[in-house]
Design a protein around this ligand. Structure first.
Ligand code: PSV
Ligand code: MN
Ligand code: MN
Length: 389
């Protein structure tokens, strides 16, 4: 295989999971701007996700968020999985939600009250039951737990409570299932956060075992954090479970991945490839909210942004880079990396899509499909699904 053929082959195997909540209405704490045609239930979210996959060819799975995507009936999740399959996609990661209940004001699994902890744990275990029904491999855990004021609760005891809950969930996992522990440096808590950084997540996952992995949400770091260093470290330790991709300018902005800092995304993807992480064991997920832009095209654009960063990272001349690094040639090493970053990979990706039997221009193809006006016309009435709905 020529080198370019290998790059193309790798790009065709990429899989970017899209989140069900990105298809629904969302906003800031100031206002949710409703959009026409937004899905009214999990089934319609899957219809939209199938559009993204149909035009990109690399978005084959959809993450669910429980209870936002809760379905009724003893066979409900199996039916949802079948519905997805009939539309050419599959159900992916199950995301838990222990942050939208009054009981969780002072925390969920880290709460001082054992009754609240039990309630949170029961929800997490229910999520594993759902994974069994949907065939999902990963449970993604993000905890809003933390404190606002010094002295509010005992920092160490909260870690013990967290460890206890994680161990109970870990025990419940099947052989092919994993738990992905997500960290975030602040918000909604402002003084302490119980899983604030990769080190805390890593320490818990290490103790739990191989089915516990860390997930890196690109929006969950302080400005200036070298995320690719974290990626390299976690991969070295065999503890990188996946990514929640999005862009941030200031906080957890959840903007389109690759919009704020495409160079950072390239550097991350380079470390993924360099570290042997370009495998199905590292999940590439989007975690975004499209508050002011049209949702489906924004998700298509996001998937394309991930593809572009990946293509550039795959094009790095690693032999030349290694030679320059070993020779201490600082400028040449940097130039080799920048050459790959500065390559216009859009023609290459157009070729890849054509070879996959797709339209070379996913955005244009979606626009021409008429799907946007069809859903705006058909999806009237009922509750519009959204972040928090
Ligand atoms: C909250 O910060 C958050 O954005 C986390 O990144 C989760 O992954 C996501 O919500 C969905 O629960
Ligand atoms: Mn996330
Ligand atoms: Mn987040």
């Amino acid at each position: 295989m020529t080198e370019l053929a290998a790059v193309k082959a790798a790009l065709k195997t990429q899989a970017v999971e899209t989140p069900s909540w990105a298809y629904g209405n969302s906003g800031t704490r100031f206002k949710v701007f409703a959009q026409a045609g937004v899905p009214r239930n999990p089934f319609e979210k899957l219809d939209d996700a199938a559009q993204v996959h149909a035009y990109t060819g690399v978005a084959p799975t959809v993450a669910l968020h429980i209870p936002w995507d809760k379905v009724d009936g003893s066979n409900g999740y199996a039916e949802l999985a079948k519905y997805a399959q009939d539309r050419g996609v599959k159900l992916g990661t199950i995301n838990s939600n222990t942050f939208q209940d009054d009981d969780y004001k002072l925390g969920s699994v880290c709460h001082a009250d054992p009754a609240v902890r039990r309630k949170a744990l029961d929800h997490l275990l229910e999520c594993v039951d759902i994974m069994d029904a949907t065939g999902s491999k990963d449970l993604k855990l993000w905890f809003a737990d933390g404190t606002n004021y010094p002295g509010q609760d005992d920092i160490r005891e909260r870690q013990d409570r967290l460890a206890e809950a994680l161990a109970a969930v870990y025990e419940r996992l099947g052989d092919d299932q994993r738990m992905l522990l997500e960290y975030k440096f602040f918000e909604p808590a402002f003084y302490t956060t119980d899983v604030p950084d990769w080190g805390t997540a890593y320490a818990h996952c290490l103790k739990l075992g191989s089915k516990a992995q860390v997930v890196v949400d690109t929006g969950h770091h302080a400005p200036g954090t070298n995320i690719e260093f974290i990626v390299a470290t976690l991969l070295r330790e065999g503890k990188l479970g996946g990514f929640d991709f999005n862009s941030r300018f200031y906080a957890d902005d959840d903007l389109m991945v690759g919009a704020a800092d495409p160079f950072q995304l390239f550097r991350i993807m380079y470390e993924v490839i360099r570290g042997g992480g370009f495998t199905p064991d590292v999940a590439f997920m989007l975690d975004q909210c499209h508050n002011i832009e049209a949702k489906i095209p924004a998700i298509i654009r996001s998937v394309m942004n991930v593809q572009e960063a990946t293509a550039k990272a795959l094009l790095v001349d690693r032999e030349a880079l290694g030679a320059a690094q070993r020779g201490g040639d600082v400028l040449e090493a940097n130039a080799v990396l920048m050459d790959a970053y500065n390559t216009d990979v859009r023609p290459l990706l157009r070729e890849v899509r054509e070879e996959m039997g797709l339209d070379a221009d996913p955005m244009g193809a979606y626009r021409r499909s008429g799907w946007a006006s069809k859903i705006a016309e058909e999806r009237v009435g009922g509750e519009q699904a959204g972040w928090g709905a």
